[in-house]
Write a protein that binds this ligand. Structure first.
Ligand code: T4K
Length: 359
């Protein structure tokens, strides 16, 4: 069997990519808010129905500048531990203290009640994560944020083109890393309907320059710019995005139809999504199955195990997050994307069911 990956990049047809690259190179404008970046930003606004999009070099930097723009005073930010470690690192790197709240066992996103229980006088914000593409309790979290006067923003790294996502909270941060179903190789974007916030994000992205032609800075800034070549990959991939989603959806249905077993729960998105993550939960733990699949070149992944609060530098607090810990034991993410056919999916399911039958 060929090696099957979680996160094999989806790419647009090579000729359209090379054509776009030729145009970038011929223009001799390679970065700094060039025409391809602006085109990608405009197309993303149209795709998501949001007012402003600020393209960035990667999702992590997007989270960092979003946090800086929203919360000028450092303090505690409540977030899930069941996420990729970049979510916590982005906050900690900027000097905020990530405070971990537990998740809902069914949806895997933040439990608003536990978020509220973790609020102290040092709390400055809430960072929800739309894990696997599921909206992170936006209504309940907005209500909590409003009541306690906290900034609410979202890590939407998994949730590009998922129903209702793009305009939630103060802003949302996407990752367009190679392993995401829509990629710009490395890249990301922050989207918002707040014009003033969008301008602030543009300044932070470009060393703090005001962007008014005066070459003056308004304050501290960083280099979080996306290059023209990366934006050109984005524009060509965006043209194919419906095909990517359809393909993922076909694979998802195929997994769902075949993975019928009392010890398996196939995670369901609550609405229309991108279906880029095939997430299953294995009663009794996913480790043995993960190893068995990997031995057959099916590179299933145990996202996110260990969860953030159990990893350095966050493991010093001794937090207890019982739901997070239980879910992290059970979750296994299976291969999908354009490199995985429904025939491959059938074979992966056969391996899983054989293993669970003890064969
Ligand atoms: N928030 C959340 C919730 C996130 O999931 C992420 C990133 C972020 C924030 C931060 O966004 P970025 O700053 O990354 O834009 C991967 C990605 O590196 C990371 O972007 C992603 N989340 C995370 C969930 O997964 P790894 O360590 O699992 O990647 P790696 O290199 O082990 O590759 C995964 C699989 O994909 C392997 O089987 C190999 C395959 N692969 C990978 C690459 C890069 C390919 O076939 N081709 C490739 O080019 O982190």
């Amino acid at each position: 069997m060929k090696t099957l990956h979680v996160g094999r990049p989806n790419m647009a047809a090579q000729f359209s990519l090379l054509e776009a690259f030729e145009s970038v190179l011929a223009s001799q404008w390679l970065t700094n808010d060039g025409p391809w970046v602006r085109r990608l930003e405009g197309e993303i606004c149209d795709e998501l129905g949001v007012g402003y999009c600020v393209a960035v070099a990667n999702g992590t930097l997007g989270l960092e500048i979003a946090a800086r723009a929203l919360m000028p005073e450092l303090g505690e930010v409540i977030m899930p531990s069941f996420t990729f470690v970049a979510t916590a690192h982005a906050l900690a790197w900027q000097g905020y203290k990530p405070v971990f709240a537990d998740i809902n066992p069914k949806t895997h996103v933040l439990d608003p009640q536990d978020v509220e229980a973790k609020i102290t006088e040092r709390t400055v914000g809430i960072l929800g994560v739309h894990l696997w593409g599921t909206p992170c309790a936006p209504l309940a979290l907005s209500e909590v944020a409003e009541r306690y006067q906290l900034k609410l923003f979202f890590d939407a790294a998994h949730a590009f083109r998922c129903q209702g996502i793009g305009s939630l909270g103060e802003c949302e941060v996407f990752s367009f890393h190679a392993t995401k179903f829509f990629n710009t190789v490395e890249g990301g974007a922050v989207t918002t309907n707040d014009k003033v916030l969008a301008q602030k994000l543009r300044e932070l992205r470009n060393f703090g320059f005001r962007g008014d032609g005066t070459h003056k800075v308004s304050g501290l800034g960083i280099n979080a710019k996306m290059s023209e070549l990366h934006a050109a990959v984005g524009v060509t991939n965006l043209a194919q995005i419906d095909k990517f989603i359809q393909w993922n959806f076909g694979n998802y249905l195929c997994y769902r139809r075949r993975l019928i077993h009392p010890d398996i729960r196939v995670y369901e998105l609550p609405g229309l999504g991108n279906f880029q993550y095939i997430v299953i939960e294995i009663a009794g733990g996913a480790d043995a199955l993960a190893k068995a699949l990997q031995a057959e070149d099916v590179l299933a992944r145990r996202y996110f195990s260990p969860p953030c609060h159990a990893m350095p530098p966050y493991d010093q607090e001794g937090d207890a997050l019982p739901v997070t810990e239980a879910v992290a034991e059970r979750v296994l993410v299976l291969p999908t994307g354009m490199a995985v056919t429904q025939q491959d999916v059938s074979e992966v399911c056969r391996l899983i069911l054989r293993r669970l039958a003890g064969e």
